[in-house]
Design a protein around this ligand. Structure first.
Ligand SMILES: Nc1nc2c(ncn2[C@@H]2O[C@H](COP(=O)(O)OP(=O)(O)OP(=O)(O)O)[C@@H](O)[C@H]2O)c(=O)[nH]1
Ligand SMILES: [Mg+2]
Length: 245
């Protein structure tokens, strides 16, 4: 590692990810950036925490037992990364079966000259219904200037620490709305954001809902209302009148 390499922290929010946690931590730790790996766990009832500890991650518990709590976990992770003096923080989902070290390197590389870098993938036809049916159409209406981002709910997001710190002060949501919220708030703050293509994403959460998409109802609701609240905050709500119903 070069002397002047930035300090990188990789954060995995986890809830019962014993099948994939070892693989993803190992892939991240092999990065030439030599990152610290933090797991923010949601009181997993399986072996996630033990496996994460055994593979060199620092494991912390999220702040409370409210679920879903991806936002709570991400906020906790950023605060922990601040203690590590990180200059770049990369969030990755822990359920990605085909995560590679190259993903980590590419996302961090992109962040050297950009404020925020986000993962984009090819997804199975039935994967990512909340992205396809809720987030993308709503972003088209309320935030057209950033609706070109293919994956507004991407869990693979890298940003410079000052970006995360500033966004933390804006009262981020606690649940599934967090991903699109970070995108909208970063864009509204004028940060430079780019999306990079990482290939196909294979993740275990898809297996949970491929036969019953209704399992995503809470996620859909939280994403939808996050975008609505942001549309109100930024004076965009009247744009719904342009939608043919
Ligand atoms: N700490 C914490 N982690 C969570 C929570 N909910 C989900 N996660 C983790 O967040 C990551 C993303 O969750 P997934 O269930 O894979 O959801 P997703 O892939 O973004 O969404 P889909 O594409 O709809 O499956 C995974 O690593 C989960 O283990 C939570 O409440 N707390
Ligand atoms: Mg997933």
């Amino acid at each position: 590692m070069k002397q002047d390499s930035p300090k990188i922290v990789v954060i995995f929010p986890t809830k019962n990810e014993e099948d994939t946690i070892e693989h993803v931590i190992r892939a991240a730790r092999k990065s030439h950036y030599n990152p610290e790996v933090i797991v923010v766990d949601a009181y997993s009832s399986d072996r996630t925490v033990r496996i994460a500890n055994d593979n060199g991650a620092k494991v912390i518990e999220q702040d409370n037992r409210m679920f879903p709590a991806k936002g709570i976990a991400m906020k906790k992770g950023i605060n922990e990364a601040i203690r590590y003096n990180a200059s770049i923080v990369l969030f990755l989902d822990a359920d990605i079966k085909n995560l590679t070290t190259e993903w980590v390197d590419k996302l961090v590389d992109g962040c050297i000259n950009c404020d925020m870098v986000r993962g984009n993938y090819h997804r199975h036809g039935r994967d990512a219904p909340v992205t396809k049916l809720i987030a993308k159409p709503m972003m088209d209406v309320f935030f057209p200037e950033i609706s070109h981002f293919e994956q507004p709910l991407s869990g693979e997001v890298c940003a410079r620490m000052e970006v995360w710190k500033r966004l933390l002060t804006q009262n981020p949501p606690d649940g599934w709305g967090i991903d699109v919220w970070f995108l909208i708030e970063a864009a509204m703050a004028g940060y430079q954001i780019k999306e990079i293509y990482l290939g196909t994403k294979e993740h275990t959460s898809f297996e949970d809902y491929r036969e019953d998409v209704g399992k995503l109802a809470k996620m859909a609701e939280q994403v939808e209302f996050t975008i609505l609240k942001e549309a109100i905050k930024y004076g965009r709500i009247e744009r719904h009148e342009d939608v043919k119903t």
